[in-house]
Design a protein around this ligand. Structure first.
Ligand code: NAP
Length: 458
């Protein structure tokens, strides 16, 4: 019996969890080829998780073990849509799982949102994490006040990074260009604006508690913005909401300590316009509308403007209002949700029928939600649907074999980076970091990565 051959597009957590799950199957032999458009694997683990949260990145040890499996191959620096087409993968493999995440950042649709000084969180986070596409981003930190729009964990990451003492970041794997910019930063205040109330915040308790522990940073929360403790009422709240409120009450009760830097958490506020300075060249002000909560038609709690609008100085605006996926030619896309059109982990055509042999996992399936382990369960679901389709004879087996496909890819992509190449990059980055007591010094250009991948081991 020929092994089942599966291509996984995207080497972030959802792609790697899917690969691991497939390769652990006992009753079917599976060969998995994982593609990534960058030479480096791990997606958001490398380019999304904040550098001061190293523990979260240790999941890559599991992925390294997956990569040691004899049925595993990594094809890095291969972009599906340019180097290889989706239609070709469909021919070359028995099944294809798309795990490309949601790399596009949403931006508020208000006047002034495209002025220099505005950055979607995807750009800002990619910049400080050394993503090759974002290394040239012009992040001007020569401003005193920054505004972060949104109330999720990405908003808190952005706010925390902007005010953390750079000395505390210099032993992380933050990109060198970002460290240099933060060392010279003039940012003294970061205002985080949630359009709904404290009870509806999307961030989680550990992340908001962490803000209160930052040395040299005051965290300001207006007690009027946080519902007072009410044991009965609090007991009935979902745990995240209950614990967020606990942390917010604690922060609201603190007296500002006259610290050099501060984070101000404000609720029921929406940015409704962004203004330029006198030269018209970049962000100088934000217009902020006051909201009240109303019940939406579907029972959700929505923000509605009261009509009160105030203007505030701000030289940097981070839009941390979510992410969206990027389409790939030939794969049906749900533009509203920013995901590949899918049902029960299968990609579906515009007629609603499954595209045989095509699956999704992670953010390109569910949208940008959940934490890293959420993708483990998501991958399990996708793989079980795929294997059920195989068992039921619903997918057509490919006539290609592993060696043929490798030849095709090597011909197309002279600078292909396989897992050994990634391990050479990894060794190079960690060697660069050793004398500085850092976990790694990231290479931030694809050329430098390819160069390190091709260098004989040091
Ligand atoms: P998120 O948790 O979905 O938060 C998005 C925020 O943007 C919400 O507060 C949302 O408010 C707000 N928003 C959306 N549209 C808006 C608009 N037009 N105007 C104003 N606000 C708007 O997304 P995220 O922060 O990007 O995080 C993505 C996922 O990664 C989440 O699951 C998050 O927990 C996870 N993550 C985890 C960590 C960690 O574990 N440390 C770190 C980073 C990210 P509404 O609620 O009102 O819509």
């Amino acid at each position: 019996m020929k092994p089942l051959r599966v291509a996984i597009v995207g080497s972030g957590p959802s792609g790697f969890f899917a690969a691991g799950n497939l390769l652990e199957q006992d009753d079917i032999e599976v060969q998995v080829d994982v593609f990534d458009r960058l030479p480096t694997p791990f997606g958001l683990i490398r380019y999304g998780v904040a550098p001061d949260h190293p523990a979260i990145k240790s999941v890559t040890k599991i992925f390294d073990r997956t990569a040691q499996h004899e049925g595993f191959r990594y094809f890095g620096n291969v972009e599906v849509a340019t180097d290889v087409q989706a239609s070709e993968l469909a021919q070359w493999y028995d099944a294809v799982i798309y795990a490309i995440g949601a790399s596009g950042g949403r931006r508020l649709e208000v006047d002034g949102a495209w002025l220099p000084g505005n950055h979607p969180s995807s750009d800002f986070v990619g910049w400080y994490n050394g993503h090759p596409d974002r290394r040239e981003l012009d992040v001007d930190l020569g401003v005193e006040r920054a505004v972060v729009i949104g109330n999720g964990n990405v908003a808190l990451d952005a706010a925390r990074i902007l005010v953390t003492d750079p000395a505390k970041l210099s032993d992380t794997d933050m990109a060198d260009h970002a460290l240099a910019a933060l060392r010279n930063s003039s940012v003294r205040e970061v205002v985080v604006l949630g359009r709904r109330g404290a009870e509806q915040a999307a961030f989680t308790p550990a992340e908001v508690a962490e803000l209160g522990k930052l040395p040299g940073v005051d965290v300001i929360v207006d007690p009027a913005d946080v519902p007072a403790e009410d044991k009965e009422r609090d007991k009935a709240r979902p745990p995240v909401e209950r614990n967020n409120l606990k942390q917010l009450r604690r922060l609201a009760a603190l007296e500002p300590g006259g610290a050099d830097r501060r984070i101000v958490l404000k609720f029921l506020r929406s940015v409704v316009g962004i203004g330029a300075g006198e030269d018209g060249a970049s962000v100088a002000t934000v217009s902020v509308a006051r909201n009240e909560l109303v019940e939406g038609t579907d029972g959700t709690v929505e923000a509605q403007p009261t009509g009160a609008v105030t203007e505030h100085e701000a030289g940097l605006v981070i839009h941390a209002v979510g992410y969206h996926g990027t389409p790939i030619p030939g794969i049906p896309f749900d533009t509203e949700r920013g995901v590949f059109s899918n049902a029960d982990s299968r990609i579906v055509g515009y007629d609603g029928e499954p595209l045989v042999g095509h699956y999704v996992v992670g953010w390109i399936k569910r949208g940008p939600s959940g934490v890293i382990p959420t993708n483990r369960d998501c991958a399990r679901d996708t793989v079980s649907v795929l294997l059920a389709d195989v068992a039921a004879g619903r997918i057509e087996r490919s006539s290609y074999d592993a060696a043929q496909v490798e030849r095709l890819i090597v011909d197309r992509v002279p600078d292909l980076v396989e897992y050994d190449g990634w391990m050479a990059i990894d060794a190079h980055e960690t060697a660069l970091a050793e004398e500085h007591g850092r976990p790694r010094v990231k290479l931030t250009s694809v050329d430098a990565m390819v160069d390190a991948a091709q260098r004989p081991s040091e």
